[in-house]
Design a protein around this ligand. Structure first.
Ligand code: PGA
Length: 255
């Protein structure tokens, strides 16, 4: 069901084995809301444990290398993630782009590697505050989408819910600031236009998630914005208490 909203927790560099009960509680919530797809992207060290423990939520990683194997100390290949049981991988998160200097071309190569390994991908894009203030937000994000997307053939083959784009304004990540719903709608429409230009019909099937300071208090409003197909959640995904209300907000069966 590719049209189900997708609510994904990005645990970033947080989580140890003692955190597993939170993941289990999130998994139980995922079972209660079958009209929502739920994912958790823990650090690499917990991917295997989570795939063993969870039965309803997808498990993903937060990065992969573009090559299948080789002399790349400290890196992890997409096929290794698949072997560990992962369902998806986040690529091009702004913290990867800023901490590790990742370019759009590298993000695209990683997305292609992930898809070749049978994983879903969440490709992250987003403008800085300076770019937004300069009126360049849509141009910057559109260019990122164009240059970070896997090649058309591959994407067209695999767009059945396995390719996702996350719009995450850099200035909204971890800051408690969120764009207006009007700005979110406009950007999601701009991203959709790029996806359709690049991928044709398959571009309509790509879910576009919003990310950046999503929490229990603002999730319902953000998820109701036309064109928002889910959320990529950082800080509020670390506990079931913070994350489950966001899953509930995405459900039509919210109680
Ligand atoms: P945040 O992070 O929810 O803590 O703002 C979102 C993200 O970086 O994916």
């Amino acid at each position: 069901m590719p049209n189900r909203p997708y609510i994904v927790g990005n645990w970033k560099m947080n989580g140890v084995r003692a955190t597993l009960p939170e993941a289990r509680a999130i998994d139980r919530a995922a079972a209660r809301y079958p009209d929502v797809s739920v994912g958790i992207a823990p650090p690499f060290t917990l991917v295997s444990s989570l795939t063993d423990e969870l039965s309803h939520a997808d498990v993903g990683a937060q990065d992969c290398h573009a090559e299948a194997r080789g002399a790349h100390t400290g890196d992890i290949a997409a096929a290794m993630l698949a072997d560990a049981g992962a369902d998806f991988v986040i690529v091009g998160h702004s913290e990867r782009r800023s901490d590790h200097g990742e370019t759009d071309a590298q993000v695209k190569a990683k997305a292609e590697a992930a898809m070749a390994a049978g994983l879903g991908v969440i490709i992250c894009v987003g403008e800085t505050l300076e770019q937004r203030d300069a009126g360049q937000a849509e141009a910057v994000v559109s260019a990122q989408v164009d240059a970070s997307l896997p090649d058309a053939g591959l994407a067209a083959e695999s767009a059945q819910g396995r390719v996702n784009v996350a719009y995450e304004p850099v200035w909204a990540i971890g800051t408690g600031r969120v764009p207006s719903t009007g700005d979110v709608e406009a950007m999601h429409a701009a991203i959709r236009a790029r996806l359709v230009a690049a991928l044709g019909e398959a571009g309509k099937k790509v879910r576009i998630l919003y990310g950046g300071s999503v929490n229990a208090g603002n999730a319902a409003e953000l998820l109701a914005v036309p064109g928002v197909g889910g959320a990529l959640v950082g800080g509020a995904s670390l506990t079931a208490e913070g994350f489950v209300p966001i899953i509930a907000a995405a459900s039509r069966n919210d109680d």
